[in-house]
Design a protein around this ligand. Structure first.
Ligand code: UGA
Length: 463
């Protein structure tokens, strides 16, 4: 099938490559000339595992091309995917200008009978505006509007696209359903669940899914605050909760909280949508507040460990918003860096992929080229992103290099017994700290069972 994809950001580019790889004839278009230039040469503008190779392969197959001219991409396309950005406005509502511009271009250049598919995450009701724009600016051609939200995660995007848990199709016409069903046939055939709904339901389902996952994370982080005060271990609490299939263990990892280009903006956009329509979704306000509180909690731990932050050196391991990406947008690691810098500390950051992006976002950040350089002379090391390589740090070498042997584990990535055994003062999130002074600290006094739990190691659930 001939497919046009408007917008070649994370969702758009992965969509291009995924559709080409299942045999469709795909043209991607974007208003950013530099990006299109790079894509034509087979270079992805962002890091995504496996994407560069797949991009080169699909271009070489002749099934994938890129153009700056929307009219060229739209010519003869049976399905047009709108994958443009929907960033948050200052008031939290989604900025839908790029959606409108895309719809205008389709109205002018799209073919009669084309199915116009929203893939960008948009507030429920956006398709109505898209339809109106197509009607108002088209010259009598028929378009079929549909919603097909994307559930891919950065870092595993290609795989998520080609082997999704579910394909959600919101349609209002037989033609819309037929085209999308044919398009996804190979993926449906290999077992993905197809869910067909009306358009508003599909739009809302995407926002609801992201907001719910964010809520799970904020719930875990609120529990972490309670665990810190009771001496319980939030990781073990999450294991117990997650053993119930009605709850599920995923997205109950306490830490610095969620970041990235999706959860923060989608939680705000859903809350704002409710407010605009007369429903106050206070739960979502609280989800966002708890997320900010998580960064503050980590900063509090650094202060607890170091007393005064002025002129202290803090090594920050992980700057991306999560592992597996070079994306620093709304990164909790950078939010923590800002907070520590504001308190007078020197922050030396390291990330396997995101140092350049982090420096652009936060020029005050000093950068190191590996974890040991970052830790050299540091009074505290903070693990801020769950990169695999941080799990196997050489602890004795770090101990040797650092001014104080203090680790704040903002992602609960390290093994408390191992870190404690290497002589570190270890402060995880929502778990008992490991202290080396032999006397109960003010923290431990609030957590009478803390040290015992840490010594026992992670709780195992048999069966
Ligand atoms: C998220 C959703 O998971 C995707 O399904 C969705 O398609 C995507 O947004 C989107 O709307 O485009 P993504 O932002 O790539 O994907 O990242 P996630 O893996 O969901 O992680 C989001 C944030 O939550 C990260 O900062 C991560 O560190 C944090 N997180 C995740 C936690 O703090 N705790 C957890 O238990 C899980």
């Amino acid at each position: 099938m001939k497919v046009a994809v408007m917008g070649t950001g994370h969702v758009g580019l992965v969509t291009c490559v995924a559709f080409a790889s299942i045999g469709h004839d795909v043209t991607g278009t974007d208003v950013d000339a530099e990006k299109i230039d790079a894509l034509r040469r087979g270079v992805s503008p962002f890091y995504e595992p496996g994407l560069d190779d797949a991009l080169v392969r699909e271009i070489a197959s002749g099934r994938l091309s890129f153009t700056l001219e929307a009219s060229e991409a739209l010519r003869g396309a049976e399905a047009v995917f709108i994958c443009v950005g929907t960033p948050a406005r200052a008031d939290g509502e989604a900025n839908l200008l790029a959606m409108e511009l895309s719809a205008s271009a389709i109205a002018r250049h799209g073919g009669d009978g084309a199915v116009v598919v929203e893939k960008s995450t948009v507030p429920a009701g956006t398709a109505d505006r898209v339809r109106l724009t197509l009607l108002r600016e088209g010259d009598g051609r028929t378009f079929h509007v549909a919603s097909n939200p994307e559930f891919l995660r950065e870092g595993t995007a290609l795989n998520d696209s080609l082997e999704p848990d579910r394909i959600v199709i919101g349609v209002e016409s037989e033609r819309g359903l037929d085209v999308l069903r044919r398009l996804y046939e190979p993926i449906i055939h290999s077992g993905a669940r197809l869910i067909v709904t009306d358009i508003r339901t599909a739009e809302l389902a995407k926002h609801a899914s992201n907001a719910f996952l964010a809520m799970k994370i904020s719930f875990a982080n609120a529990l972490a605050r309670l665990c810190e005060r009771t001496g319980a271990d939030v990781t073990a609490v999450a294991d117990v909760m997650g053993a119930d299939p009605r709850i599920g263990r995923a997205f109950l990892n306490a830490g610095l909280g969620y970041g990235g280009y999706c959860f923060p903006k989608d939680v705000a956009a859903l809350e704002r949508l409710g407010a605009r329509l007369g429903y106050t979704f206070t739960l979502l306000q609280e989800v966002a507040r708890l997320n900010e509180e998580s960064v503050e909690a980590a900063a509090g731990m650094v202060e607890e460990a170091l007393w005064n932050l002025g002129d202290k050196r803090i090594a920050l391991l992980g700057l991306a918003f999560k592992a597996g990406t070079d994306d620093v947008r709304f990164s909790p690691a950078l939010a923590l860096a800002r907070r520590l810098l504001a308190s007078g500390a020197h922050v030396i950051g390291y990330d396997p992929r995101a140092t350049r992006a982090a420096k652009e976002d936060l020029p005050e950040l000093e950068l190191a080229s590996d974890p040991y350089e970052a830790a050299s002379g540091a009074h505290c090391l903070v693990v801020a992103t769950e990169w695999e390589e941080f799990r196997s740090l050489n602890l004795p070498a770090l101990h040797e290099l650092m001014a104080y042997p203090v680790i704040v584990d903002g992602r609960n990535l390290l093994d408390p017994a191992e870190v404690g055994g290497a002589g570190f003062w270890y402060y995880p999130m929502g778990r008992p700290p490991v202290l080396q002074d032999g006397s109960p600290s003010s923290n431990v006094e609030r957590r009478p069972t803390g040290e015992r739990t840490a010594a026992l190691g992670p709780v195992e659930i048999a069966g």
